[in-house]
Ligand binder design. Structure first.
Ligand code: DGY
Length: 320
């Protein structure tokens, strides 16, 4: 059996594929594979491990309907036309659960970095602008007892909530499409409307999937309704906030700051104003990038591939 991998995965995954007698071809170039190249690369393969934002849309799926399984190197599957995959009988696997802790750590890191203007202050040293001990400059804000608002209280949002409660005794409010009663019972999170969420949060952390409903949800109008002292964090998908509006909101000090691990587009252009603003902190989509998590993701991917190639039900299958 043969699998094409459109990027790199942790070595433990490659080893396990070999142990299962699955031969591997990998995309080795230092750029994202194009849609045409991906179709061409999958022509003689039995399975695909999709690394990065490859569009697994109807055009790709129809051109590659011979694939027995597609395993995503992500929990998110907004890049997949799940209905088309179902219609063509191609099972799609993802990597839920194992990256919740690492991704929540990234949200927490960004929250702290924004609250203390850490990235901006670091840049000042690099630019030779650290001249003196200055007690009135680059002052941050503290997080103790502030309200955490979670937009999308699932596995990752819950981890973020627990970290904020443990570190800073932050009360948690959240908004979801449907209530998460388990999380309410576990951590005492309070369900609120979207309007209440944006008005009451001191830190608003986005952990929802990118869907037609959440696409472009955070607009200037929304930022206008947030507290001027609030922090906006997005470690989910860049498409959930309107970037131009966010820049305006930060520029006009409608909110205190923003921390992003996801942008739109990715990669972000190196001249993007967000990279130079004192109240912004941006990371290059490293939410799940720890050795432990990437190993765990690679192992799940192999489980999905092995099951799919045998025609068995995937242990971690995207339901849509
Ligand atoms: C995920 O797993 O969805 C991460 O954001 C990587 O894409």
């Amino acid at each position: 059996m043969k699998v094409f991998i459109s990027g790199n995965i942790a070595p433990v995954g490659l080893k396990q594929l070999e142990e299962n007698n699955i031969s591997v071809t990998q995309w080795r170039e230092d750029r994202q594979i194009t849609a045409e190249e991906l179709i061409e690369a999958c022509k003689d393969e039995d399975a695909l491990i999709s690394v990065g934002p490859n569009k697994i849309n109807a055009a790709f799926l129809e051109a590659c309907s011979h694939l027995k399984v597609i395993a995503l190197h992500s929990v998110g599957y907004d890049q997949v036309d799940v209905a088309a995959a179902k219609r063509l009988n191609i099972p799609i696997g993802n990597t839920p659960g194992v990256l919740s802790g690492a991704t929540a750590d990234t949200a927490f890191l960004l929250m702290l970095a924004v609250s203390r203007k850490a990235f901006f202050s670091h840049q000042k040293i690099i630019k030779g602008e650290w001249k003196n001990y200055e007690p009135t400059q680059e002052l941050g804000i503290e997080l103790n007892g502030k309200t955490l608002g979670v937009f999308g209280l699932g596995k990752i949002g819950l981890e973020m909530a627990k970290k904020c409660m443990g570190a800073y005794k932050m009360p948690v409010i959240y908004h979801n499409r449907s209530r998460n009663e388990e999380a309410e019972a576990e951590i005492g999170a309070k369900y609120v409307s979207f309007e209440e969420l944006i008005a009451q949060s001191d830190v608003l952390s986005v952990h929802t999937a990118l869907t037609p409903e959440t696409k472009g949800k955070f607009t200037l109008e929304v930022f206008e309704q947030m507290k001027p002292s609030s922090i906006f964090i997005n470690t989910a998908r860049g498409g959930i906030h309107n970037e131009t509006d966010l820049i305006k909101a930060l520029d006009r000090k409608l909110i205190w700051g923003a921390g992003l691990d996801v942008t739109n587009p990715e990669p972000m252009d190196k001249s993007n104003p967000l990279l130079f603003m004192e109240n912004a902190a941006v990371l290059p989509h490293i939410g799940s990038a720890t050795e432990e998590t990437r190993d765990a993701m690679a192992k799940i991917i192999v489980q999905n591939i092995v099951a799919g190639l045998k025609g068995e039900k995937l242990p971690y299958e995207v339901r849509g």
